[in-house]
Design a protein around this ligand. Structure first.
Ligand code: FHN
Length: 436
């Protein structure tokens, strides 16, 4: 059938079963940390600051000259991610600004040539592996610094004058073939020089029809992916190379900054939603649109209750630290995950025959046959109605302290769970049901 053909078309001819096995750790992990860190962290007003303020390379050079992350300690980052229950991390090795956090031999625009004089990617890999986390690399396909990257609709220099004449003037002397080779060489370095890499998060390609947008042919995407999979056979790759469907070798789709309601559309696919604590991915000093603890919990629970992953972003400061807002958010997640991580790891959406009780969301562990009822609202009358659950449950408890919860049948097919008057001290407490 066409899906088998498409499957066969996959790079390396991997079968669906083999792909499932390769991705098992990722699917079970459910929760990761995104880290956006670069020269834009000094500007401290969004990782697109070069675009937003139409800066030339010369105008942006001051951040390179000032870059000196004297408080950078990736072990602290790794410990914070681990405590928050994150099982993997993805660090920007190069964002659109073109600055490389790794010691690439193909450019001088790199951290080892700044006052840092360090291969920050190497230290990140070592620290996160030491804490038992899986390591991923984000790599920007776009490059607003490279002299051969031809103009697109996001390049800082095309924002004031979007005429074709300006594009042509700016592109004079630029050779996209040279940039394509640079891109391939750097991805090869990343896939070769840092040991086993678990995730490659490439970013991004325009939708079809964009006037000056770039897609798969610009990146030589199929050959790039072939090289990646040859160098790192177990690696998991996202879907932003501008290729079509899964047959291109992409492993998961990446709904970005979408609402929890929107996440319901992805049930049944292989997906990870990428989200920020605030609006910006890079450190933004004056941003005050920070998600509450409950909003972050809701993102995590809703992702898993629809069979997907959440990767939550931190934008470290130019000194290499998580600021107090990120630390507070991570600490609150750590408190909740310490008690309730069984309702996240190895979980997915509930079997269809379990109705969702009012003001709750469900996650389910198919291996242990445990159903988790996330109490978004705590019933004032101390009773949790479980419609149609009669005969399906053999034990109930709070997950946070394994304290038994009694229940009785309250109608032909329903159960009523007796809850204590005082709500457990979690923003969203979790009831664990052991199924028959
Ligand atoms: O333009 C980037 C953005 O800065 C950020 O890196 C996000 C993360 O998914 N990706 C692009 C926007 O989709």
């Amino acid at each position: 059938t066409s899906s088998v053909t498409a499957q066969k078309k996959r790079i390396g001819n991997e079968t669906a079963e083999q792909k499932k096995k390769r991705m098992e750790w990722w699917t079970d992990a459910r929760f990761g940390m995104f880290i956006h860190w670069g020269l834009y962290s000094l500007a401290a007003r969004h990782e697109w600051v070069k675009h937003n303020e139409h800066m030339t390379n010369e105008q942006y050079q001051k951040y390179f000259d000032m870059y000196n992350p004297d408080h950078f300690d990736p072990h602290k980052w790794a410990r914070a991610a681990k405590a928050a229950g994150m099982k993997y991390a993805v660090l920007t090795t190069k964002h659109h600004e073109g600055f490389c956090l790794f010691d690439s031999k193909y450019t001088d625009y790199k951290a080892t040539n700044t006052k840092a004089k360090r291969d920050l990617v190497k230290e990140y890999v070592q620290a996160f592996r030491a804490e038992g986390l899986k390591v991923g690399f984000y790599y920007s396909l776009l490059d607003w610094h490279h002299p051969d990257y031809t103009m697109d609709d996001a390049h800082p220099l095309t924002q004031v004058d979007t005429s074709q004449a300006n594009y042509d003037k700016l592109n004079k002397g630029r050779d996209m073939n040279k940039y394509r080779l640079y891109l391939k060489n750097q991805v090869r370095e990343l896939m070769t020089n840092y040991g086993k890499i678990d995730i490659l998060w490439l970013d991004w390609s325009w939708d079809k029809g964009a006037k000056h947008g770039k897609r798969d042919k610009d990146w030589d995407a199929v050959n790039l992916l072939k090289m990646v999979r040859q160098l790192q056979p177990g690696i998991i790759v996202n879907n932003r190379l501008g290729l079509e469907d899964y047959s291109d070798g992409a492993d998961f789709v990446t709904p970005e900054q979408v609402s929890t309601k929107e996440l319901e559309k992805y049930k049944g696919k292989t997906w990870e939603t990428c989200q920020t604590f605030s609006g910006s991915w890079g450190y933004y000093r004056d941003e005050n649109t920070w998600k509450t603890h409950r909003q972050l919990l809701d993102l995590l629970i809703t992702s898993v209750s629809n069979g997907g992953n959440l990767i939550l972003n931190v934008g470290p400061t130019a000194r290499g630290e998580f600021d107090y807002r990120a630390t507070n958010a991570l600490d609150s997640l750590a408190y909740w995950m310490h008690a309730n991580d069984k309702a996240i790891y190895n979980c997915t959406y509930a079997p269809a025959d379990f109705k969702v009780p009012d003001n709750t969301k469900l996650t389910y562990n198919p291996q242990t046959k445990r159903l988790y009822v996330h109490l978004y609202e705590y019933p004032a009358n101390g009773k949790l109605e479980l419609p149609g659950y009669k005969g399906k449950v053999k034990y109930a408890q709070f997950l946070n302290d394994y304290s038994e919860l009694k229940y009785e049948s309250s109608g032909s097919n329903d159960l009523t769970l007796e809850l204590p008057k005082s709500k457990p001290r979690y923003d969203i407490p979790v009831v664990e049901l052991v199924l028959q």
